[in-house]
Write a protein that binds this ligand. Sequence first.
Ligand SMILES: Cc1ncc(COP(=O)(O)O)c(C=O)c1O
Length: 388
Amino acid sequence: MRQYNFDDIAPRKGTYCVKHDMTPEVFGTDDLLPMWVADMDFKTPDFILEAIRKRCEHEVLGYTFAPDGYKMAVLNWFQKRYGIATKWNRMRFVPGIVQGIAYALQTFTRPGDKVLITTPVYPPFINVPHRTGRVFVSSPLKTENGRFTFDFEDFERKAEGCKLLILSNPHNPGGTVWTKEELSRVADICLRKGVLVISDEIHADLTYPGFRHTSFTTVSEAAEHNSITFFAPSKTFNMAGLASSVCYVADENIRKEFFGFLDHNELSLGHIFGYYAAEAAFAHGEEWLQQLLMYLQGNINAAEQYLKEHCPEITFMRPEASFLLWMDFRAWNLPQKELVRKLVYDAKLGLNNGTDFGAEGEGFMRMNIGTNRETVLEGLRRIAAVGC
Ligand SMILES: Cc1ncc(COP(=O)(O)O)c(C=O)c1O
């Protein structure tokens, strides 16, 4: 078996990369360790880079539609990993998942319509509806046994009158892998209340051993016919700079409307490198992914151990998927603005501000540990140095 080396990360500064090069705009300073936006510092796997290089051997990069090899690789991955046996006619390319969600909002809602989200949540779930004149309705998540779960009573009440639910499955920022039972209850409520479910499954492939990702569409036949599901290889294989996401719609009527919107607006033609990169990822990525997850689990364990020893009042929700730590700084008892200032200017550490994920994020910050272990420990040392 080939061994991949995740300690060996490439320097990214100076590559117009958001995480390392946009810190002056976002934090007001360049002098910090960036552990915020959700891509990883690991090298994109060589079999993906090789596929792009190979395509360049043909020296024309013209308009290109989905190649057969790409479609086959996506369909195999869906069958094997999510238990979805399907055909390509139920899928469409979308350049990014946030864009896909924005297209779904345009297709199925109008300004003034209510859109349900469960907070804290990935900020575009709040911002995209809000900025496009929809009214977002938030049902706060509960924490039980160290993980998020739904407050079903509140969720049901809030679902009344909403047109659409945007669900992070698995959840960002908590890393929660929703169980089939949780998703079934969400599906039942949404069906009863006439709420269409948008399931964003971008973090699905980063589910850790011991947990099982359930694609919303596999929960029941009724759920399948009341949902649009988005997937992407971008987080998993660290290729977020390439447009390579897909949406899956099982229901013919929803498909007609949504794919109609994409086709009428000329949004369905993909990205040449996105296709070849995604094909390589799905065809050859299993072993790399397994090793990545082991490495990331090692990072999570190291972070837990470090905080326990050096800064026990700061804890985090142990993620069941993905490389994001939802860190609880409430023990410092600081107003959010001061917490952010202290981390940015005293600790020189760039984390995501908890309140960007909703009001429930007060006292919390999100740390990205998709980097080598030494960087994770350095980030934690910076926290310990200013707080404990
Ligand atoms: C839940 C979730 N959805 C979507 C995205 C971004 O997806 P895309 O780059 O495909 O728009 C992220 C990135 O962090 C995410 O966490």
